[in-house]
Design a protein around this ligand. Structure first.
Ligand code: ZN
Length: 261
């Protein structure tokens, strides 16, 4: 990326400054976004620049209103993304966060990602504030089930998955545009952010509210902020350390002093 300035010396100093904050922390929280999973090959599907949208307007296919009106369009759009997500593997950034929970100060991961790669990497406390692909719910009667069969149907049969109870449309439990966040999970995420003594923000451009408001809760508790992201974020001026690097390179370096030895 052309934004990179300063060479390895600057990067090493920033990583050392971040590592010193980790050493002092007793209650660290990580906030992750799409950039954490791009090294796993999953595109940032909320970003207009990702290529996922091509000529499509996100609101035309991935909003709650669009889903209710034209579910077939949504499933046609989400099919290749589902294939990509189910085939993806956790990358070194996910593994580093699992290591920091097991052997270091990390108490929770708050993620905007729906790909479930944090739990697959071994993280235990994960708040998926934009939902996940584990379960699916009927929008008409509320019937809920494991999403496995629904996803298989999306990928193989190219038809709309319907509710066995009432015939309504089954929706994977991902938060669509215009849909409320899962309230109980977001409350837990807010609590973790409000109580942490260090927040690590990785792979998020902090542009999607209300998840992007969580760093303010941390700052109110005087927690330092570390931001690891290629691009600028609206909260850069609040950050104590900013590392413009690849999360899959930087996070393992932050985790390396936390191990069983
Ligand atoms: Zn139903």
């Amino acid at each position: 990326m052309g934004l990179y300035v300063g060479g390895f010396g600057v990067m090493d100093r920033q990583i050392a400054a971040a590592a010193a904050l980790l050493k002092k922390s007793r209650y660290m929280v990580a906030l992750t976004g799409a950039g954490l999973s791009t090294p796993s090959g999953i595109p940032d599907f909320r970003s207009p620049q990702s290529g996922v949208w091509d000529q499509l307007d996100p609101m035309e296919v991935a909003s709650l209103t669009a889903f209710r009106l034209r579910p077939q369009l949504f499933f046609d759009w989400v099919r290749p993304l589902t294939h990509t997500i189910l085939a993806a593997q956790p990358n070194p950034a996910h593994l580093a966060l699992a290591q920091l929970e097991r052997y270091g100060p990390l108490k929770a991961v708050i993620t905007q990602n729906i790909d479930m790669l944090h739990t697959r990497a071994g993280s235990q406390i994960v708040y998926e504030v934009h939902g996940d692909l584990r379960t699916a719910t009927c929008l008409d009667c509320g019937f809920a089930c494991d999403a496995h069969d629904v996803l298989q149907q999306i990928m193989k049969q190219q038809t709309i998955p319907t509710c066995p109870t009432c015939g309504g449309v089954m929706k994977p439990n991902v938060v669509l545009f215009g849909e409320a966040l899962p309230w109980a999970i977001f409350e837990q995420a807010r609590n973790a952010a409000a109580n942490c003594d260090l927040m690590l923000i990785a792979g998020s451009s902090l542009e999607v509210a209300p998840a992007s408001d969580l760093p303010y809760l941390a700052k109110r508790n005087r927690a330092p902020l570390i931001i690891v992201n290629w691009g600028q974020t609206p909260l850069d001026s609040l950050a104590d350390v900013i590392i413009r690097g690849n999360v899959a390179d930087v996070l393992p370096r932050l985790a390396e002093s936390f191990s069983p030895q």
